[in-house]
Design a protein around this ligand. Structure first.
Ligand SMILES: [Ca+2]
Length: 151
């Protein structure tokens, strides 16, 4: 007689934050597929809204990489007590999710360097708290096909 399969433990998977983002800030979910493009924080050059969590996902064809530039960045300054971007902050991830490698986190009027993805996707996240808003950022990206050169 065949053994019955062991029932797998019950699992609940919740995606609270992304569902909430879709409802509260639909304009903040943007997927960019063009080979090059520009995007800005919401309402730029006016001030961005408080309490937002915006995601820009750049997804190019396989084999492409992305170079990302931030010509302008003006967010709320670092927390002077912790020296961290605790209030408003911009994150860039080397992939399409917040579990991918964090390439950097910026706030205040810091100037991010140009960033290059390892693969064909990059994720930019802007998160703001409940008060003190600034102009935000402008971003530009270009895609390029990269090949391995053996020297
Ligand atoms: Ca703020």
């Amino acid at each position: 007689m065949r053994d019955l399969p062991t029932p797998s433990p019950h699992q609940t998977i919740c995606l609270w934050s992304s569902s909430l983002t879709l409802i509260l800030a639909g304009e903040c979910q943007q997927i960019l597929k063009d080979i090059s493009g520009n995007f800005t924080s919401p309402h730029y050059p006016n001030i961005y809204p408080n309490n937002i969590n915006c995601h820009w996902t750049i997804t190019l064809a396989a084999g492409y990489r992305i170079k990302l530039f931030f010509p302008f960045l003006e967010l709320e300054d670092r927390n002077s007590l912790t020296d961290m971007c605790d209030y408003d902050s911009m994150y860039v991830y080397d992939g399409d999710s917040e579990t991918d490698t964090l390439l950097g986190q910026w706030c205040g009027s810091e100037q991010p360097p140009s960033l290059t993805s390892k693969g064909n996707k990059l994720l930019v996240v802007l998160s703001t708290d409940q008060n003190y808003a600034f102009k935000g950022f402008t971003a530009s990206y270009i895609g390029g096909e990269c090949s391995l050169i053996i020297v």
